[in-house]
Design a protein around this ligand. Structure first.
Ligand code: NAD
Length: 366
């Protein structure tokens, strides 16, 4: 699987930032470097029309800095649309830390990263993403208030992943309703790729409902743990994309819908938590549309996490978090219907709604 990235070789190197394929009028890109802790991070602020740019921090062993830059540009843009379509008064931002979270993440590095976040005076608010834990956000909180996803005992909303998984489950059910005429997932074959924080929780919802769940992960211990806990089948083949399935749920990293995989895929629905699932939005979105595959836009259905952390800023309670997350079902149906009616991809339909909201606010502000 590729990263949330276009491979390094494809990334234009002549114009380091503004010329990047993934550059989409980002407002600000901040490169953070600290020799003592070994911190190398990039903060991407895509758009702040609706509010401060909120988005998680990902720590990943990128092959090179181009991949990291490309990732942060794509991810921060996605956050803009996610907040907009979910009706939150937030802009889009994201951060990446270059390095191995298992071996290179230290409390000093996290606090130094927090200082860089603080230097932006609240224009960017961080949270957790791949390679981060709630405890890391607690460390960042020691040096800046511009962080969410901190522990409940420290006044935060806690781990957002179960809420994200619930939203993905709602989006998946809505896609099933649209495609199959019923949102009942019992006996549907669902492949969950990546059974980390979000994937495991999603597997729980699906197995509770009686779906036939197959799990794939690069971590064999996780596989046996999750399989034993929920009775899911472990995938043992080597080409998940060619398998017979009703629903493909990417819950690891992005860009798994690409030139290599798209024509093999037999799933009728794609609904997962991973950000930026389509390697190239326009091209791969259109191929899915042609092939009658219902794609539930990632930034729409994985918004549970941002709804959860937004509660920390706005002070609403768990009940309201669940209500807003459950509403992902209705929004997904609206988007799928609107895409079908207008003959456009589901991704376009979702992006259009998000962009309209931003444009309206821009007008109102001026
Ligand atoms: P995580 O790091 O806890 O889990 C990711 C899992 O994917 C791990 O178990 C890892 O071993 C597995 N994985 C990595 N590469 C793989 C591969 N090639 N094939 C199969 N499995 C692989 O991350 P998470 O918090 O569960 O997030 C999963 C995805 O959802 C990420 O793309 C993240 O950006 C997105 N997301 C998460 C949240 C959240 O609340 N955590 C919110 C929105 C979006």
């Amino acid at each position: 699987m590729t990263l949330d990235v276009i491979k390094a070789a494809e990334i234009k190197k002549a114009d380091p930032v503004f010329g990047q394929l993934s550059f989409d009028n980002h407002e600000q890109v901040v490169f953070c470097n600290d020799k003592d802790t070994g911190l190398k991070a990039i903060i991407g602020i895509h758009n702040t029309v609706l509010g401060p740019a909120l988005g998680g921090t990902r720590m990943w062993n990128y092959a090179n800095e181009w991949e990291a830059l490309n990732d942060v540009l794509r991810l921060s843009r996605g956050m803009t649309f996610k907040a907009a379509i979910t009706g939150l008064n937030l802009g889009g931002g994201k951060a990446v830390i270059i390095g191995d979270a298992k071996t290179q993440k230290t409390p000093e590095l996290m606090k130094k990263f927090g200082e860089f976040v603080h230097s932006l005076s609240g224009k960017y608010i961080t949270a957790e993403d791949v390679g981060m834990e709630t405890a890391d956000m607690d460390l960042v909180r020691e040096v800046t208030p511009y962080v969410t996803g901190i522990s409940e005992d420290k006044g935060g909303a806690g781990n957002p992943s179960p809420i994200t998984a619930y939203g993905v489950y709602m989006g998946m059910k809505a896609a099933a309703k649209f495609k199959f005429g019923s949102d009942i997932l019992e006996d549907k074959i669902v492949y969950v790729q990546g059974i980390g924080h979000v994937g495991e929780s999603l597997v729980e919802h699906l197995t509770n409902e009686g779906a036939k769940v197959v799990i794939a992960d690069i971590n064999p211990e996780r596989l046996s743990e999750v399989s034993q806990k929920y009775g899911a089948t472990i995938y043992t083949g080597n080409d998940i994309y060619s398998e017979k399935m009703d629903i493909y749920s990417p819950c690891a990293l992005g860009a798994t819908i690409n030139d290599e995989t798209i024509y093999k895929l037999k799933a009728q629905i794609i609904a997962g938590a991973a950000n930026n699932q389509l390697a190239t939005e326009d091209k791969h979105g259109a191929i899915l549309q042609e092939r009658g595959v219902v794609y539930a836009p990632d930034f729409l259905i994985n918004a549970g996490g941002i709804i959860n952390v937004y509660a920390e800023l706005e002070g609403y309670d768990k009940q309201e978090i669940m209500r807003k997350t459950e509403n992902i079902y209705n929004t997904t149906i609206e988007i799928l219907e609107s895409a079908a009616k207008n003959g456009i991809t589901t991704n376009h339909a979702a992006v259009n709604i998000a962009k309209n909201r931003i444009e309206e606010r821009k007008k109102a502000n001026s």
